[in-house]
Design a protein around this ligand. Structure first.
Ligand SMILES: Cc1cc2nc3c(=O)[nH]c(=O)nc-3n(C[C@H](O)[C@H](O)[C@H](O)COP(=O)(O)OP(=O)(O)OC[C@H]3O[C@@H](n4cnc5c(N)ncnc54)[C@H](O)[C@@H]3O)c2cc1C
Length: 410
């Protein structure tokens, strides 16, 4: 079979890939998205907790909502629990597979072609761009030429590897159990922090409504597998979340890897990476749907300009990274600095931190300004209001008050 030619091939049919595909196809450039799984969105590797911003970015987003969450209970290693009641819906548990399929439909409506069950197995450079080697689930192989390849192929991006781009290095391994009988207030997400509970990250319990829910752990150490940490967290004897799981019956286990560090140069000649492949996730929570959608759009818009100018050089495509940096990238970098400080705190310091935060004025500030998409704003405000917080570490103060931090007007 001869080699077909398209303008752009996007490897990976997740939110970031489809968000990039839509503007390119809408501008009239031939756009092919290949997704290795037979059905976009499946299997699910995500808790599906998002803010209303995500719902507003996809057509009929509100139809994806399974459950609304109003606040968070933060459990520390010494048994303290910080209760943050947002008093209105702050986050939503959504149908994650449905979200990916909505994004797919938007890309198709814009004119993109989506092929499911097709895996990219290699990319090589050609005189006019790139040649991708594709393998279909039935075992057939073919090649396709493109002016531009976009790696939206997740945290372990092969496109980045093949094209010589850096991949995220700071990773959290995560595992989650879903099932019935989780004993949790349906209005609150629970978070478990502690150096032995979830080294470098945190554990979580998320109500799904009607007695269903999920409990999971992320970890940044290879010393103890995340699955073992989850077993310990839920152990009936001594497990931090043991009381929540006495009647829990597990129906599903999902796992994955979460990138936490933004890749500074997600582009090269004829290539860009986007979403998890470029580390475009929130370093404090690991959430990457919102940031993947935002950066996907920027990536797609950059591609449109570059294709129109017949210039797909790294020098032209760097506008993508510049636009990301000027927008959501500022927040991601500030949050990454905060994350590094949190990682240095021992269990006593984490407990002291929660005690300091357990203050009426500070909690009101959290309720008024807390935003899981933009935590940097809140951290800076709180430090101004409560300088006592700075005692935890000087770097903490520097991390949130650096001039590059996004600060909303007071
Ligand atoms: C356990 C867990 C819980 C999470 N919970 C949340 C949460 O609650 N909220 C939130 O916002 N984020 C969450 N995240 C993060 C979120 O899932 C990701 O940030 C998001 O999916 C990134 O989207 P993406 O499009 O970049 O990549 P993905 O969604 O990973 O999509 C990449 C796609 O590329 C495909 N692919 C890879 N290689 C190839 C190839 N060679 N050929 C063809 N296709 C290929 C893959 O099959 C995949 O479908 C969680 C992650 C994990 C692991």
């Amino acid at each position: 079979m001869g080699t077909r030619q398209v303008d752009v091939v996007i490897v990976g049919g997740g939110p970031a890939g489809f968000a990039a595909a839509a503007p390119i196809a809408a501008a009239g450039f031939s756009t092919l998205v290949v997704e290795e799984h037979r059905r976009v969105g499946l299997p699910i590797q995500c808790s599906g907790l998002v803010t209303s911003r995500v719902l507003e970015m996809v057509p009929s987003g509100s139809e994806l909502i399974h459950h609304e969450v109003e606040g968070v209970l933060v459990h520390d290693p010494r048994g303290r629990c910080l209760h943050v009641d947002g008093r209105r819906p702050r986050a939503y548990v959504i149908d994650r597979a449905g979200l990916d399929q909505c994004c797919q439909q938007s890309a198709i409506a814009a004119g993109a072609t989506v092929e499911e069950g097709v895996r990219a197995t290699a990319v090589e450079r050609t005189q006019r761009g790139v040649r991708l080697h594709l393998s279909a689930s039935k075992g057939t192989t073919r090649t396709i030429d493109a002016s531009l390849v976009i790696g939206a192929d997740g945290v372990q991006s092969n496109v980045a590897r093949w094209m010589g781009l850096r991949r995220p290095r700071d990773l959290a391994a995560a595992v989650e159990w879903r099932g019935a009988g989780l004993q949790i207030d349906p209005r609150f997400v629970a978070v478990f922090i502690g150096t032995t509970v979830a080294p470098g990250f945190f554990g979580w319990a998320i109500p799904h409504g009607q007695g269903h829910g999920a409990i999971g752990v992320g970890s940044c150490t290879s010393d103890t597998p995340a699955l073992e940490l989850l077993r310990r967290l839920t152990a009936q004897e001594g497990g931090y979340a043991g009381p929540m799981t006495t009647t829990f019956s597990r129906q599903q286990e999902l796992c994955g890897v979460i990138p936490l560090d933004l890749v500074a140069k997600p582009y090269g000649d004829n290539v860009m990476t986007v979403g998890d492949a470029a580390g475009q996730t929130k370093p404090l929570s690991g959430g990457g749907i919102y940031t993947g959608l935002v950066c996907g759009r920027i990536c797609g818009q950059t591609a449109v300009g570059a294709l129109g100018a017949h210039d797909l050089s790294a020098d032209r495509l760097k506008r993508y990274a510049q636009a990301v940096d000027a927008g959501v990238g500022k927040e991601l970098r500030a949050a990454y600095r905060l994350r590094k400080v949190f990682r240095q705190l021992n269990d006593q310091q984490l407990s002291d931190l929660l005690e300091t935060l357990d203050d009426r004025g500070l909690l009101q500030m959290v309720i008024a300004h807390g935003d899981i998409d933009f935590p940097g704003n809140l951290a800076a405000r709180m430090l101004r209001a409560a300088p006592a917080l700075a005692r935890f570490t000087r770097p903490f103060l520097r991390a949130v008050l650096r001039p590059t931090t996004t600060l909303a007007p007071a």
